[in-house]
Write a protein that binds this ligand. Structure first.
Ligand SMILES: NC(=O)C1=CN([C@@H]2O[C@H](COP(=O)(O)OP(=O)(O)OC[C@H]3O[C@@H](n4cnc5c(N)ncnc54)[C@H](O)[C@@H]3O)[C@@H](O)[C@H]2O)C=CC1
Ligand SMILES: O=C(O)C(=O)Cc1ccc(O)cc1
Length: 309
């Protein structure tokens, strides 16, 4: 149960009611974080579903109209769409409003928003490090962020008050908040999230292209490891295309290191260097046990299977 924190916001506007936006809307309502919730999505079918599920007090496709009078606006669209949406809503943001986002990449988002930010509006970029391979308004759930990290990357010179407000909002959703620079965020997430997704997309693609092994055999004999990769490789294509295109430098840097280490592993296998293999596997087991000990891993993931309105 999230802690009771700051006074609720007056008006919260969420742009993009997919997995993350709808989870925010659900959580904001459940934990009483805003008096009024406005849902903005450009997709008619999403808006209809948001109305059916009763996730917001108002639902619109007109972003400018939707953000008018909002105290906090959170952009929950693919990172490639953040700049165009910021340009569209900027003239309608009230002075004193806070603009935030949830994008998986931060440097490009800061650069894309900066030219459009009106005087008197603070931008506090955020990234909840919590999600699933599912998309859309039905995939969200109010407890998604509980006990998960949310990283804020306020650009240098950002006032403390809006940062504290956004921090309190995420704490209200149950998240644990940390701040860092956008550049550092992008390096860390490149190795902990972006490259792992690339590996999953790649290994599932390689398996699918094998000539001597049939597709049905790949499905039938999927051992645990490969099954886990297929879950990650089912993640949203648009979102992940944007992540790789916008965090290009950090991903290529980490991929370079990954390839070198993979080559060393291949060499150890070729030359029968069991000691090298055993030493690495022992180190990596300790890392997993450290993650479990920190309580950052649930015993039985049920991502996306929680049904709620
Ligand atoms: N999926 C995940 O596990 C996580 C995603 N994120 C970030 O959250 C953001 C959203 O991701 P999801 O919720 O998974 O995506 P999603 O695909 O479930 O939802 C995105 C929504 O944005 C709407 N949208 C797209 N362009 C728009 C525009 N120009 N104006 C208005 N609405 C627009 C779409 O219609 C859709 O309803 C991304 O930036 C992603 O990097 C962050 C943490 C985890
Ligand atoms: O489903 C998974 O395993 C994830 O890794 C979810 C996820 C995807 C993107 C993010 O920026 C943060 C979390």
């Amino acid at each position: 149960m999230p802690e009771a924190g700051a006074a609720p916001l007056g008006r919260l506007a969420v742009v993009g009611l997919g997995l993350i936006g709808s989870s925010i809307a659900r959580g904001a309502r459940r934990y009483g974080l805003a008096e009024t919730i406005v849902a903005i999505d450009r997709d008619e079918a999403v808006r209809a579903r948001v109305r059916e599920l009763g996730l917001a007090d108002a639902v619109t496709g007109e972003a400018g109209e939707g953000v008018a009078g909002a105290d906090l606006v959170i952009l929950c669209v693919p990172v490639g769409a953040v700049g165009p949406v910021a340009a569209e809503i900027a003239p309608h943001l009230a002075p004193g409003a806070i603009l935030s986002d949830v994008g998986s990449v931060k440097g490009s988002v800061v650069a894309a928003v900066a030219p459009h930010l009106p005087e008197g509006v603070a931008f506090v970029p955020g990234h909840p490090v919590a999600g699933t391979e599912y998309s859309g308004p039905d995939a969200g759930f109010s407890t998604l962020f509980q006990n998960r990290w949310c990283i804020l990357t306020p650009p240098e010179g950002t006032d403390e008050a809006p940062v504290a407000r956004v921090r309190a909002f995420w704490e209200g959703l149950g998240a644990i908040v940390e701040t860092m620079s956008p550049e550092h965020h992008d390096l860390v997430l490149a190795i902990t999230s972006h490259v792992p997704h690339l590996i999953a997309y790649n290994i599932v693609g390689t398996a699918a292209d094998l000539e001597e092994v049939t597709q049905s055999e790949v499905i039938k004999f999927s051992a645990g490891g490969f099954r886990d990769f297929t879950r990650i490789a089912a993640s949203d294509p648009t979102m992940w295309r944007d992540v790789f295109l916008t965090n290009k430098d950090a991903v290529l840097e980490m991929l370079g290191r990954f390839n070198e280490d993979l080559a060393a592993l291949a060499r150890a296998i070729r030359w029968g260097d069991g000691e090298a293999l055993h030493a690495l596997f022992t180190r990596t087991r300790a890392i997993r046990r450290g993650i479990v000990a920190m309580g950052q891993e649930t015993a039985e993931p049920d991502f996306g299977r929680r049904k709620e309105g």
